[in-house]
Design a protein around this ligand. Structure first.
Ligand SMILES: [Zn+2]
Length: 345
């Protein structure tokens, strides 16, 4: 009688779920099903639990068995595994169940739903592109998204910007901004505030960046102190220099319109310049070729070439090949060997 009551110390681990091994002292009469329930006590997870099974030394165990009937010895390691659908055979495994399994598994890991409030707030505390916590130097685009400059520049150079940021085409489309940190050394992630009103930059209040100087002020401060000079550096600004950060849909639409307008204007200006040089060429037939060539050169000069920024010790061609499709070679391909450099043999 005494021996049958003896508790059993075993280890349970689940690499599938990313759970490290832990030691448990259990009654030998505990069923594996109850053990599972005790590991995930919080929620109604029947479906998830059905996707999990224990194995001992690589051998799957039935949920209905007790530790003792499954021959689990003291100090054994039970592994909690995820049931993958592997062609069925167990009378119920389908792809759909397996998918459900995964979804439930993630539900276990992240029990709380994404709070829309939190999503909204995260726009104020993280980089709109990389989702990393905001850390100066920061920039905004012309429609009021805020970024960590480094991640945005890098994405731009490597052409990794998603479509939603396709309006950011060059460095000029990034406006450097100065965020005022809240002095609090205890926190790891920086938080920011309006340098005038002290309102926190967290999504609860409207903020405006001034394009010329880059200072970021709360809308409230700007409204209360009626001025056309920056409240921090006293530089004059116009209504058009104000960019609402993380604005409403209407505000963003307005900013976008303004951006397109400005782009149209600068395009016009550029075309005018090109037109001038072309009309200048009309006067002397002999000069035509020269001017055209000039225009051509201007255009090619604007194209970004990786070779131009190659590090000092880099072989330029090799460096460029990182960014562009590789150089045409005479390598032949056969159906079994793609791109095998036969030419070299
Ligand atoms: Zn300023």
């Amino acid at each position: 009688m005494a021996s049958s009551k003896k508790m059993l110390q075993i280890f349970v681990a689940s690499p599938d779920l990313g759970l490290p091994s832990r030691s448990l002292t259990l009654s030998p009469y505990l069923t594996l099903h109850s053990l599972k329930l005790s590991l995930f006590p919080s929620q109604n997870l029947t479906q998830t639990l059905n996707c999990l099974y224990f194995s001992l030394n690589g051998k799957p165990l039935l949920d209905s068995s007790t530790l003792s009937s499954a021959d689990v010895k003291p100090s054994s390691l039970l592994t909690l595994r995820l049931r993958f659908s592997g062609g069925g055979g167990d009378g119920g495994a389908t792809g759909a169940e397996s998918r459900d399994c995964y979804l439930n598994m993630y539900a276990v890991k992240k029990p709380d739903k994404v709070d829309p409030n939190e999503t909204r707030l995260s726009r104020w505390t993280t980089c709109a592109f990389s989702s990393e916590p905001l850390a100066p130097p920061c920039v905004i685009d012309r429609i009021g998204n805020i970024f960590n400059k480094e991640s945005l520049v890098e994405a731009l150079i490597h052409k990794r910007l998603p479509k939603e940021f396709s309006h950011i085409r060059r460095l000029k489309d990034m406006i450097p901004v100065h965020l005022s940190p809240i002095p609090d050394a205890g926190r790891q992630e920086m938080r920011f505030q309006c340098p005038i009103s002290g309102l926190e930059f967290n999504g609860k209040y409207g903020f405006v960046a001034i394009k010329g100087c880059g200072h970021v002020l709360s809308g409230k401060a700007l409204k209360e102190v009626k001025t056309s000079a920056c409240l921090v550096c006293h530089k004059e600004f116009s209504e058009l220099d104000k960019i609402v950060i993380n604005g409403t849909l209407e505000e963003v639409a307005l900013l976008r319109e303004r951006m397109e307008e400005e782009r149209g204007r600068s395009r016009e200006k550029m075309e005018k310049n090109v037109g001038c040089s072309l009309s200048g060429a009309k006067h002397g037939v002999g000069e035509t070729a020269g001017s055209l060539e000039c225009v051509g050169k201007d255009r090619s000069a604007k194209r970004f070439k990786a070779v131009d920024i190659a590090p000092v010790n880099a072989t330029k061609e090799v460096y460029a090949s990182i960014f562009t499709s590789s150089k045409k070679t005479e390598f032949k391909e056969t159906y079994s060997c793609r791109s095998l450099p036969l030419g070299r043999n």
